[in-house]
Design a protein around this ligand. Structure first.
Ligand SMILES: Cc1ncc(COP(=O)(O)O)c(C=O)c1O
Length: 392
């Protein structure tokens, strides 16, 4: 008798978790010399010294022990002050829970609300980690394909309402500004989604990690603008993007304070907390990071304009101008499989892009470019893409 493969012995959901389609291309092109890499969702700036120094001071001061499961009190207080200032009304620290990046905030939120067979409505194309986390928790992803037109991506609220009425519907994921599409809901749209959620007793998982990356102003519309206190909304956020801290794995979940003990337990039984010395970096970022954030936004905007100008030279390329975030998500007329396209762009153009196939149904014809890079790299990528498109 042959013994079973160890692979057959692991749980079905963990076996079924898909490989990231972005990582597949990164692995494909990793060794290619001179490649301009616009495939991953992060900028190229290192964390500013004033943030790193605060963490180093925490480490030097001996902050190396187990710590508060909900986050150290001064960081929770700083998060409350940050929201109070940004949203113009008071927020209390007991709403904020420090997590290991935005991803851990998603995992805690999903574990808290999703049981076996519960449906979570996910407008797509979507960042693949959230659907994967839902399925790992035993939930079912109900994809709601968004409609693409060069004027913009739109969410069909009638279809959303129909899906929300399903007996097992439990939650709606709303990622605005969205990765990868750049779709950015206005207040009216958020209010309409909230009223659907209220009517059918659903949770909203509000992923607002790109909420500060908007071209024209301070911040994108948020569920905070339309919700009452105590609503079934869980906000996911992170230090990663705003303050160039992707490698720190520092984020936060905002939730009604009544959930505090549940969240504390879920943190305890997953990561047992976030290193306290790192959290001091978070405080510095929140309290003194405005001008760095403004610089990053400006830089990404410039990068986006350069890439847009290059792509627009080809009448085969179309894209919806993003309302927020730092990505472009174009499509090329006549190219349907961007997994193949991404490999061709590595080999033939020297540019690394994220294939739209990795963002689920509706994304197949598109590819994602990260604009938050230095101008030299962006200009090289823009010239190479324009040149490749001319030869197509
Ligand atoms: C839409 C979205 N939500 C959440 C995250 C998670 O952020 P973090 O890197 O802090 O885990 C990302 C990261 O790319 C993202 O794009």
């Amino acid at each position: 008798m042959t013994s079973p493969s160890v692979l057959d012995l692991v749980s079905a959901p963990s076996r079924a978790a898909p490989e990231s389609g972005i990582v597949e291309i990164v692995n494909y092109g990793r060794q290619v010399e001179g490649l301009v890499k616009l495939w991953v969702g992060e900028g190229d700036l290192p964390t500013p010294a004033f943030i790193a120094d605060a963490a180093t001071r925490g480490l030097a001061a001996g902050e190396t022990f187990y710590t508060w499961q909900r986050g150290i009190p001064p960081l929770r207080k700083a998060l409350a002050q940050y929201h109070t200032k940004m949203l113009g009304r008071p927020f209390e620290p007991d709403r904020f829970f420090v997590t290991v990046g935005g991803m851990h905030a998603i995992i805690v939120a999903v574990r808290m609300i999703v049981e076996d067979g519960d449906e979570v409505i996910v407008p797509g194309p979507a960042w693949p980690n959230v659907p994967a986390a839902i399925e790992l928790a035993g939930g079912t992803v109900k994809l709601l394909p968004m409609d693409y037109r060069p004027e913009g991506w739109t969410l069909d609220l009638e279809r959303l309402e129909a899906m929300a009425a399903a007996p097992r519907a439990k939650a709606i994921l709303v990622n605005s500004p969205a990765n990868p599409t750049g779709w950015t809901a206005d207040k009216e749209t958020l209010a309409a989604i909230l009223s659907i959620a209220r009517k059918h007793g659903l949770w909203i998982l509000a992923d607002e990690v790109y909420g500060r990356f908007v071209p024209a102003g301070e911040r994108a519309a948020s569920f905070h603008d339309v919700a009452e206190d105590g609503e079934r909304i869980l906000y996911v956020n992170t230090f990663s993007k705003n303050w160039a801290m992707t490698g720190w794995r520092l984020g936060w979940l905002e939730a009604p304070p009544e959930l505090g003990q549940v969240i504390e337990n879920l943190v305890q039984y997953s990561t047992s907390g976030v290193p306290s010395f790192l959290q001091h970096g978070g405080i510095a970022a929140i309290e003194h990071g405005d001008s760095f954030l403004a610089y990053q936004i400006e830089r990404a905007k410039r990068g986006q304009a350069i890439l847009e100008a290059a792509l627009s030279e080809s009448n085969r390329v179309s894209y919806a101008k993003p309302g927020g975030g730092f990505y472009l998500f174009p499509t090329i007329d006549g190219i349907d499989d961007t997994r193949v396209l991404a490999k061709r762009l590595v080999d033939e153009a020297g540019v690394g892009v994220a294939p739209g196939t990795s963002f689920g149904p509706g994304g197949e014809r598109f590819f994602r470019l990260c604009c938050a890079r230095n101008e030299g790299e962006i200009r090289t990528a823009a010239e190479r893409l324009a040149d490749w498109l001319r030869r197509l």
